[in-house]
Design a protein around this ligand. Structure first.
Ligand SMILES: [Zn+2]
Length: 439
């Protein structure tokens, strides 16, 4: 029974969808000439929209489903850490939280940004902190993922879905020491701190799912109810799930029941995307992504990789979902959803959550087909995994009720794929090996 409810709630997670080429300063010699480079650089996993951390879902993992991808790769000799950032926050807020979570310290969203959008800039009692030995005031907070992080101790960032946008934005904030609106964000450029970015099924140019999800607040409410059921099984009020909206003053109070916390958050005006663009829905829209891509560069000293996924096939002028698309996200692949009809046919194909064309590289960047030798400053594309929906690539279990592997006979591109454990392990291990050889 527990398992059934777990899968049912995962199905509710169906609602989870979750530049130009710039030149760096070229000051990468110190980082790249040191032995301490990609070989020992940890991989940091960054989840997408509505994601959650290893401690929030009673053993279910965003990265790996019924097993922990970070643990697996670490056991294979590739130290891998799993980050947790605001599940519904904007890419800006998520990228900055990611920085402090890796390096340690208390989040500072920046003076101009915080003033413009009207949320806390950073205050230890309401905003997140991570412990680093370099800052005694952070004692008692969760441990930072990699406090020694710097140019000689770089990291590889791997983001799924919105996590791809978040990670490439963090690279820019480091390499440029901020953004046009927020110069001097980190008190100096941090060239070479990130060796590579890997964007998996990422909304690099936004997703049309945000056009479908016009009724945002009820959608989130349903989603969170599903997550609460998922993590709390029978008792939603004890859910461990957290909006991580402390910057908006929406911290869960001690002893507060989850449903009352959820309703308090839902009643907030932060969800109103017409008046607040510092929120995930805007970051995920084509317009919001385009706005970000106008200032978030692809840096010439960083390796970028991308993996696209597609769960639809083309018939004439429309893209249809595989009959076997599971109920996890299959709902969004139906005709009319995801913009899979109409004039702009290049945006039809999708993995039920993100349009496939959005996944190769951000607008304005150079995308090259990966042929075995990664190129810096370009998006090395692994192409499209055909028949993969949005969470197949992170190895979430399919729901047996959908009979997804059975009713696939007539799909023209072949049956819906679903990785075996061995294939899934092999894919990520091969890439981790690849990252460790980057220089
Ligand atoms: Zn913000």
């Amino acid at each position: 029974m527990k398992r059934t409810m777990c899968l049912g709630a995962v199905a509710t997670m169906a609602l989870a969808f979750s530049g130009c080429t710039g030149a760096s300063d070229g000051n990468t010699e110190e980082a790249t000439s040191e032995s301490e480079t990609a070989a020992t650089a940890p991989i940091i996993l960054v989840h997408g929209f509505a994601g959650f951390g290893p401690d929030e879902a009673l053993g279910f993992r965003y990265w790996g489903g019924m097993e922990d991808l970070g643990e697996y790769l670490t056991n294979q000799g590739h130290v891998t850490k799993t980050a947790v950032v605001g599940p519904f926050s904007s890419n800006w807020d998520r990228a900055i939280e990611l920085y402090y979570q890796i390096k340690g310290g208390c989040v500072d969203y920046g003076h101009s940004h915080s003033e413009k959008f009207g949320h806390y800039r950073g205050r230890p009692d309401v905003v997140k902190c991570w412990h680093t030995p370099a800052d005694p005031s952070t004692a008692g907070f969760p441990e930072a993922l990699y406090p020694q992080w710097d140019a000689r101790h770089p990291v590889h960032l791997m983001g799924h879905s919105m996590g791809g946008q978040t990670t490439k934005m963090l690279v820019h904030l480091l390499e440029a020491d901020g953004a046009p609106l927020e110069p001097g964000l980190f008190g100096g450029v941090k060239t070479g701190w990130v060796k590579s970015v890997t964007a998996i099924s990422a909304s690099l140019n936004g997703t049309t799912l945000t056009n479908v999800a016009t009724n945002y607040v009820p959608m989130i409410k349903n989603l969170v109810a599903g997550v609460a059921a998922f993590v709390g099984v029978a008792d939603e009020n004890n859910s461990l799930y957290n909006f991580k909206f402390e910057q908006w003053g929406l911290k869960r109070n001690e002893g507060e029941k989850f449903l009352s916390y959820r309703d308090r958050v839902m009643a907030s005006k932060v969800w109103n995307v017409s008046s607040n663009k510092d929120i995930s829905l805007w970051s995920l829209s084509r317009e919001g992504a385009s706005e970000e891509n106008a200032w978030v560069n692809t840096w010439s000293n960083v390796y970028y990789f991308s993996q696209a996924t597609r769960a639809t096939y083309t018939v004439g002028t429309v893209d249809l979902p595989y009959a076997s698309a599971n109920m996890l996200v299959g709902l969004f692949c139906g005709l009319g959803a995801m913009g899979n009809y109409g004039k702009d046919q290049s945006w039809h194909a999708n993995d039920c959550v993100v349009n496939t064309t959005s996944m190769a590289g951000p607008s304005g960047s150079t995308v090259v087909k990966f042929t075995g030798t990664p190129q810096r400053g370009k998006w090395n594309s692994f192409g499209v995994l055909e028949g993969f929906d949005h969470f197949d690539v992170t190895h979430w279990p399919s729901n047996p009720l959908t009979l997804r592997k059975v009713s696939v006979g007539k799909d023209p591109v072949g049956p819906m794929r679903f990785w075996s454990d061995e294939e899934y392990h092999g894919y990520y291990l091969e890439h981790a090996d690849r990252l460790s050889t980057l220089r």
